[in-house]
Write a protein that binds this ligand. Structure first.
Ligand SMILES: *Cc1c(COP(=O)(O)O)cnc(C)c1O
Length: 387
């Protein structure tokens, strides 16, 4: 008999959004008519600047990439005025989250994060045999469903090694103002690493965007992660980065694969990073698409949660009894009344994301798409919820 740790056997694999090709295959639909609003990808596609950079870099593909990612780190360093030694590149920011967990947490120790927080925090913790301390989300008020930072502070125990904070958070779209995060950072014990996940920060209004890199200068126990998968439009390439002081960076660097970010991804990310017009376009398209979804949902009387990301939670069924909500662990669980709605949307060629595995039964997460994609979703929704 092969042996694997119980904590590995207990992991429920990450459930991504259903790929377009899979839906086409399973339901006999025409791929070109399927709308995917399930993975918070950039509906505008990828920037032409990145496409051109990849085409130029393709000639080098027989070679290994630069294992130190000099060009990309230089670009990040210049763009945000950071020392290069503070930057760790990742195969997606997911890689950074995992590296941090492996570097700082061992079996039997604990991590702290909020209910309804990004699924990877639990997965990364479980992968090293750590105990996840899941802190109940705020129940009411403008931050409902969001992180309760005071409760998270209280939840830290002697064996806690990492606290994860996603801001904005996925899948809730909730956002903590900079002042609240700063107060939190001031109070977290310095022996605990705070992983502050900014995958959606580019979608925040400029005036509400926290200066997280300034916090990194003040707090040696802070690691900020950023992604090229969302606003930059490079999800398929897998590239992100972490910013922390050298003591943290040095540890991540010891654990990472020697060539963890591939050559095309490095080239594309350098180009995308300096493509100001692209980011501006992505930001504006998201604002407009979000307004379209909000107005469209209001028009058919469906509730939604205000979101600071490029997606929003839509309540498609009344919440089930708390027992079902508490016990539901994976999408497709019989207890999630959103699943039949999800299925009917699939049949109409619209892929969204069930969130029963986030203990959000009755809700579906919908990514902001192009105007016509949002319209297709809004047109399909009333029938799908039985109106
Ligand atoms: C999408 C996402 C990420 C990771 O994205 P990568 O593609 O691995 O860079 C990280 N955190 C949150 C909250 C996300 O939603």
């Amino acid at each position: 008999m092969l042996h694997a740790p119980d904590y590995v056997r207990a992991i429920a694999p990450y459930q991504g959004g259903k790929p377009v090709s899979e839906l086409a295959r399973e339901y006999g639909l025409d791929e070109s008519r399927i709308v995917k609003l399930a993975s918070n990808e950039n509906p505008l596609g990828m920037p032409q600047s990145a496409r051109d950079a990849m085409a130029a870099a393709a000639a080098e593909l027989a070679r290994y990439p630069d294992g130190n990612g000099f060009a990309l780190k230089s670009a990040i360093s210049k763009r945000f005025d950071l020392p290069q030694e503070w930057i760790t590149l990742g195969n997606g920011s997911n890689d950074i989250l995992e590296l941090a967990t492996r570097a700082f947490v061992q079996a039997g120790e604990s991590t702290v994060f909020s209910a309804h927080a990004f699924a990877v925090y639990a997965l990364a913790s479980q992968a090293v045999g750590a105990r996840s301390i899941v802190v109940p989300a705020l129940a009411s008020g403008p931050q409902a469903y969001g992180h309760d930072l005071d409760a998270m502070l209280q939840a830290i125990t002697a064996d806690t090694r990492i606290v994860f904070v996603a801001n904005p958070n996925n899948p809730t779209g909730t956002f903590l103002p900079a002042a609240a995060v700063e107060r939190f950072l001031d109070q977290v014990p310095t022996r605990v690493l705070v992983v502050y996940d900014e995958a959606y920060t580019e979608y925040l209004r400029p005036e509400e965007r926290p200066d997280a890199f300034a916090w990194v200068r003040r707090f040696p126990n802070l690691l900020v992660s950023r992604s090229f998968s969302k606003a930059y439009g490079l999800a398929g390439l897998r590239v992100g980065y972490g910013v922390a002081q050298p003591l943290v960076t040095d540890l991540l660097n010891r654990l990472r694969q020697p060539f963890n970010v591939n050559l095309l991804a490095q080239a594309a990310a350098v180009a995308a990073l300096s493509d100001g017009p692209w980011l501006e376009q992505a930001y504006r398209a998201n604002r407009e698409g979000m307004a379209q979804l909000e107005a469209g949902l209001d028009a058919i009387g469906v509730s939604w949660l205000p979101s600071w990301g490029n997606f929003l939670l839509v309540q498609v069924a009344p919440p089930p009894g708390s027992g079902a909500a508490a016990s539901a662990r994976s999408p497709g669980v019989a207890g999630d009344p959103a699943m039949p709605v999800y299925e009917r949307l699939l049949r109409a060629g619209v892929i969204v994301r069930p969130v029963g595995n986030y203990a959000l039964n009755g809700w579906l997460r919908v990514s902001v798409g192009l105007p016509e994609e949002n319209a297709t979703f809004l047109a399909a929704l009333p029938a799908a919820i039985g109106r």
